[in-house]
Design a protein around this ligand. Structure first.
Ligand code: GRF
Length: 187
């Protein structure tokens, strides 16, 4: 039985999809960590009966915010960290400390379109193959080793809203499954 923590910053729909799958397994999600007070992910955590922690970065150094996070991770004995819409870049020290234990989902076929606005960039590119990437987190921005990519062929007349929906649905189908496998192989 492995212990997962999910880090969020906003809506938390991936967190919800992950929780719905993982809570049915032998693994547990002792906590969700979020850096934005008004994030909807807190509401989701409450409904899912998952403990949540608010760890803002505002008014402190990244180092001290991360110390706080490390305190939680150690206290809750977390094995794997899943970033799900977490809008912070973790320091090299943090990433090194939890090497091969932090994963992320990105809404493009990396290495294409790392960073923010990946869906808009993918859409505007005219690429016919669009998709999502689950990868380990390293010191770079969306550069870590790729674990899984899933894609679909776009239809030229689809508006961006349709593409967005398809990408998010692909995330919800892919990320929880990859996380479950990781947890299975961890313990
Ligand atoms: C997702 O598209 C994820 O790929 C990206 O940020 C978005 C988060 O959405 N990293 P949500 O908070 O999970 O609804």
């Amino acid at each position: 039985m492995a212990r997962l923590s999910v880090f969020t910053s906003g809506n938390g729909s991936n967190f919800q999809a992950i929780a719905e799958r993982i809570l049915k397994t032998k693994h547990t999600i002792p906590c969700m960590i979020c850096d934005r007070k008004k994030a909807y992910s807190f509401e989701r955590a409450k409904n899912l009966v998952i403990n949540s922690y608010y760890v803002p970065y505002f008014g402190k150094t990244k180092e001290s915010a991360e110390e706080e996070i490390i305190g939680i991770i150690e206290k809750e004995k977390i094995d794997i960290i899943a970033l799900a819409g977490y809008m912070r870049i973790l320091s090299p020290e943090f990433v090194e400390r939890y090497k091969n234990r932090i994963v992320n989902i990105h809404p493009s076929l990396l290495p294409k379109y790392p960073g923010t606005h990946a869906i808009e960039k993918s859409y505007a590119s005219g690429d016919m193959e669009l998709g999502v990437t689950v990868h380990y987190v390293d010191k770079g921005m969306d550069t870590g080793p790729i674990i899984r990519q899933e894609s679909f062929t776009r239809n030229r007349c689809e508006p961006i809203e349709e593409i967005e929906k398809k990408i998010h649905n692909l995330e919800y189908a892919t990320y929880p499954e990859v996380i479950e496998k990781l947890l299975d192989s961890y313990k």
